[in-house]
Design a protein around this ligand. Sequence first.
Ligand SMILES: *Cc1c(COP(=O)(O)O)cnc(C)c1O
Length: 402
Amino acid sequence: MENFDEQLAEDPLFGAALDTLAIRVGQSRSHEGEHSEALFLTSSYVFANAQEAADRFSGEQPGNVYSRYTNPTVRMFEERIAALEGAESAVGTSSGMAAILSTCIALLKSGDHILCSRSVFGTTTVLFTKYLQKFGVTTTFVNPTNYVEWEGGFTENTKLVFVETPSNPLCDVIDIQRLADLTHARGALLAVDNCFCTPALQKPLELGADLIIHSATKYIDGQGRCLGGVVAGAKKYVDEVLGFIRSAGPTMSPFNAWVFLKGLETLRLRMEAHSRNALELAQWLNAHPNVEKVFYAGLPSHLGHELAAKQQSAFGGVLSFRVKGGRAEAWKVIDATRIMSLTANLGDTKTTIVHPATTTHGRLSPEQKADAGITENLIRVAVGLEDIGDLKADLARGLGNY
Ligand SMILES: *Cc1c(COP(=O)(O)O)cnc(C)c1O
């Protein structure tokens, strides 16, 4: 590469690998020379004199004014996540939902249409149907692995295609490159909610997506502490989103950004450990006589296995399975656990277990549940980092004795 040396002189991390970027990118040291990233808990910034205040406010001079606009700790996080996703720019938000809302408000207008996978986070569906609809933005939901449905779902007003892969809870795997081609042929933008894989396992921008959305609340934090979100992509789109966030205020808290920065440093190690534990648990469940079916793309029997192996570097930490029986049997397995936490959160070192039909997907109508494969005997496990033998024993207690 001809200008590699030049670029390296300008940016010592130019060309660095993900593990290095995850630990090094974005840090700006203060005059104190701190080694770890500083936490700037301040709502506003002081100016040297009236002229400087005027210049900062007018934008003539770059620099901090107020933490709804910029904060050094949040900026460090944004630069780091952008580097990991291979994005030109990124902006932090107060939650994953705030990232989705801000993207839609900033990039869509009344009359526009969203084409969305049917298997997205439940609240995303509520946001699109109940709230965006009020402002004249309509949404069509399609079966995520049926590309004929995707193609037929476009209208001349489709501006945004929205997808999660692998999906929750059945781990459907969607071909990002194929969907990006369909989307671009119709002049729309493809947004991928990369929450389940994180950039440690999947880089949707490299596969043609235009925007990455994250709930940083999940694996980026990794220990279930803070709410946050991210929008990443080309600067021209991220700037639009940033403009909305600055005006409307769903800003990332500097404290949360600091926690996420620390989370990113161990992200790949954790994602690989989550994936290892999940694969072993999926294989064990698959062989269990009281389990009807396991949904995990790491199993060769899963429909999305080959695609996931191509588009992801590991299969992720979330799996689901159907026990033999119905709701009573599923609840029995859940209630017999003593280690796993009965909670809807995921992406935590602590394993979580949930009954989707009566919790995360409880708002769906019976037809919607049937369509999405959310049966009464389905259990979702977001596999944490505890000892795998203990996790098997925790499920065996309820699976073995009905
Ligand atoms: C949790 C989640 C969200 C929403 O994120 P919050 O931080 O809870 O607002 C969006 N998408 C996916 C895939 C999620 O799991």
